[in-house]
Design a protein around this ligand. Structure first.
Ligand code: HMG
Ligand code: MG
Length: 302
């Protein structure tokens, strides 16, 4: 049955901007976070503590975390693939620590190698101390699972492999997981199977949908997940983004489109669509393009 409310995590500042060729100044990222929280977002994925050689756009992670103006009731998450990233995330005073860190693995071996330079098994061994340290510091841990329906290098991914990864994440103490369709190839039945495989290890409150919209299927996949009772989703304001290690993959589903869908269905998000559209317009203006959101485009044309 459908949930009564949904929690959206806007991943635009991280998943969105990580793929931008032009360097976006830290001040613009900070202002984007500000506008997202003003729009009512209760969790924002702010940045990644990854190698600046691999993802130059996230090299200012510390500066961005220092610069955001925190609002009570809003949670701020960051990606930390290894201990080096985790240590960088907590090198700042406690008030600047993230509320949640994200370790990120893949259901596909080839993608794991290309994205984080190690096998799935090795990635779990790298994540283990990160999870332990985060929990010891009172920081929550989420696990992103890439390529849960398809992989740019291996093609279709069987649900068993998703279940396997979810089990490994659970085994090292990861508290919640994202079922990610990294390259947006999923359709509702396939996404449902990936969700079901994950639900063998995590309960419905600890599973979220993370759908890229490359093939225009993300809203359909969101609805299919909602019908299973999933109520946590990730989306990107203005549909920003893509993954630098998934060629041709476009951004996450636009937050504006998801909010329009949920508003229309009477499902509560706490997000003000007009203010969200303003946030999308702000970053799109900066990037000198139009927001990649059908709902924003339609509303702005009125
Ligand atoms: P590696 O080369 O195997 O790491 O990279 P290493 O431990 O061998 O270290 C090599 C160099 O990197 C050293 O520097 C380290 O200090 C440095 P050098 O001595 O050569 O100067 N290094 C770091 N620097 C800063 N921060 C760190 C860090 N770690 C090592 N944390 C690593 C392994 C994971 C670091 C690398 O592969 C990497 O940074 N990959 C980036 C992956 C990434 O950010 N991908 C995009 C995010 S995932 C995504 O978008 C998918 C998601 O949205 C879900 C979905 O849609 O599927 C989440
Ligand atoms: Mg992603």
């Amino acid at each position: 049955s459908l949930p009564l409310r949904v929690k959206l995590v806007d991943v635009g500042p991280r998943d969105g901007l990580q793929n931008e060729k032009q360097m976006v100044p830290a001040a613009v990222k900070i202002e984007l976070v500000q506008r997202l929280q003003n729009a009512g977002l209760k969790e924002i994925e702010v940045t990644s503590f990854v190698s600046p050689k691999w993802v130059p756009q996230m090299a200012d992670a510390s500066e961005v975390m220092r610069g955001i103006r925190r609002q009570s009731g809003v949670r701020y998450s960051v990606l930390t693939p290894n201990m080096k990233g985790f240590e960088a995330a907590i090198a700042a005073p406690r008030a600047e620590w993230p509320d949640e860190i994200v370790v990120f693995g893949a259901a596909s071996e080839a993608f794991s190698q290309r994205n984080i330079n190690c096998s799935i098994a090795e990635s779990i061994e790298r994540f283990r101390p990160v999870v332990e340290a985060a929990r010891a510091h009172g920081i929550d841990v989420r696990g992103a699972m890439s390529c849960t329906v398809g992989c740019p290098y291996e093609g279709e991914i069987a649900p068993e492999r998703v279940g396997m990864l979810a089990g490994l994440m659970k085994g090292i103490g990861v508290q919640r997981v994202d079922v990610a369709d990294t390259i947006g190839v999923g359709t509702p039945r396939k996404v449902r199977r990936a969700m079901e495989a994950t639900l063998q290890h995590y309960d419905i409150d600890h599973v979220s949908g993370h759908f890229h919209d490359t093939y225009g299927q993300a809203l359909a996949n969101t609805l299919a997940s909602l019908e299973m009772g999933v109520w946590n989703f990730q989306s990107s304001v203005a549909g920003l983004g893509g993954c630098p290690y998934a060629k041709g993959a476009t951004g996450n589903v636009a937050s504006e489109d998801v909010v329009y869908l949920l508003d229309g269905m009477g499902i509560e998000t706490g997000i003000d669509l007009d203010k969200l559209i303003d946030a999308g317009q702000f970053i799109s203006d900066h990037l000198q393009r139009k927001p990649n959101s059908r709902a924003a485009t339609a509303i702005l044309a009125k």
